[in-house]
Design a protein around this ligand. Structure first.
Ligand SMILES: C[S@@+](CC[C@H](N)C(=O)[O-])C[C@H]1O[C@@H](n2cnc3c(N)ncnc32)[C@H](O)[C@@H]1O
Length: 329
């Protein structure tokens, strides 16, 4: 494991950008394709350039799309009968997006809403000030940083493909320069609860998740991510979660009901390895993931009298979310 910030950046950059030939073995066709467009420049411990693709619109530069996102966020917010309760979280999220060199995009907005729901579920658990929260597939790391802002004592474990994990490593370090971090860096390593006790962020590449098998986790989160994985990866994560989730802890899963990836694989929410003994606390379509505004025209969108309303796009299929207490292995 690597305990120092620059050392872990070097490790991720060298292994997943400099030396990795071809796609990550844990990447689906979707991520093999998308991750080839990432641009990362890292020299002597400094990140000189960082441009992601396909995991969030925080870095969107086009002014029309930025304004459309504002309008879109407002359109969800204004129709929310509980909007007053979310104002403070939205304020924190907006400031955070700027700290992360981005803007408060629709992707940030919907993650604030998901976190609000997670917080409400958390209040039912008596887990103190240092919850251990595992986030699988956090893109830029917006949700991880948001959680850390709101629950400073949280221990956040981030799991992602090595290439994307570099972004989470970079932005969490930028927003929390004094944070204690730990990075998994070799096969066969096993982290104990004690190893992560004093840490703020713990990074684990998707190919090294065996290292997490001896941990105990209070909350696990996966948003818009399993929908783009192979079933092998999804089932690996479910096995891990069933092993490491503390009693009564929950998994928040928000993903497309059905998605066809560029390689032709079709990934369905109902085909994840749920168990009939999992305790489902909430299940349904995610109310803050139904449409988005963009200058790009997607296949489906809102219509009036059969005519598409400009800029109002639907996702290519409905998005489900579920809070579940997973049956232990
Ligand atoms: C569309 S992005 C979603 C980012 C963020 N959760 C959000 O809601 O905006 C999908 C994320 O899943 C990650 N991902 C893809 N395959 C993965 C795998 N096998 N294991 C872990 N993360 C993976 C991607 O790298 C990316 O961070």
């Amino acid at each position: 494991m690597v305990n120092n910030e620059k050392g872990y950046g070097e490790y991720l950059f060298s292994k997943y950008y400099e030396k990795l030939e071809g796609p990550d073995s844990h990447a689906s066709s979707h991520w093999s394709d998308y991750s080839s467009s990432f641009r990362v420049d890292f020299k002597e411990g400094e990140t000189l350039a960082l441009e992601g693709f396909g995991f969030g619109d925080m870095q969107e530069r086009s002014l029309p799309n930025r304004w459309l996102a504002r309008l879109c966020n407002f359109s969800y917010f204004i129709r929310d009968p509980h909007r007053k309760e979310k104002k403070e979280l939205l304020r924190i999220g907006k400031e955070l997006a700027v700290e992360m060199d981005g803007y408060f995009s629709f992707d940030c907005f919907r993650q604030v809403y998901s976190f609000d729901l997670i917080m409400k579920q958390l209040k039912n658990l008596n887990i103190g000030d240092n919850p251990r929260i595992l986030i699988i597939g956090d893109g830029f790391g917006f949700l991880s940083c948001l959680i850390k802002k709101v629950i400073p004592g949280a221990r956040i474990i981030l799991v992602d493909l090595g290439k994307t994990l570099f972004f989470q490593y970079y932005y969490s370090g930028k927003v929390f320069p004094d944070a204690g971090l730990l990075g998994v860096s070799s096969n066969g390593e096993k982290l104990s609860v004690r190893d992560i006790e004093e840490k703020d962020f713990i990074f684990c590449p998707a190919d090294l998740t065996d290292a997490l098998e001896e941990l105990e986790i209070d909350v696990a989160v996966n948003i818009h991510s399993m929908q783009e994985m192979t079933y092998d990866s999804i089932s690996g994560y479910f096995t891990l979660l069933r092993k490491i989730m503390a009693e009564n802890s929950f998994f928040y899963c928000c993903n497309r009901e059905k998605k066809e990836l560029v390689g032709g694989e079709v990934i369905e929410f109902d085909n994840y390895p749920w168990d009939k003994e999992d305790k489902i606390l909430l299940d349904g379509y995610c109310p803050w993931c139904t449409y988005f505004f963009s200058t790009a025209k997607t296949k489906y969108g809102a219509k009036v009298m059969g005519i598409r309303i400009p800029f109002v796009n639907y996702f290519d299929g409905p998005i489900r979310h579920r809070v579940a207490i997973l049956k232990k292995n």
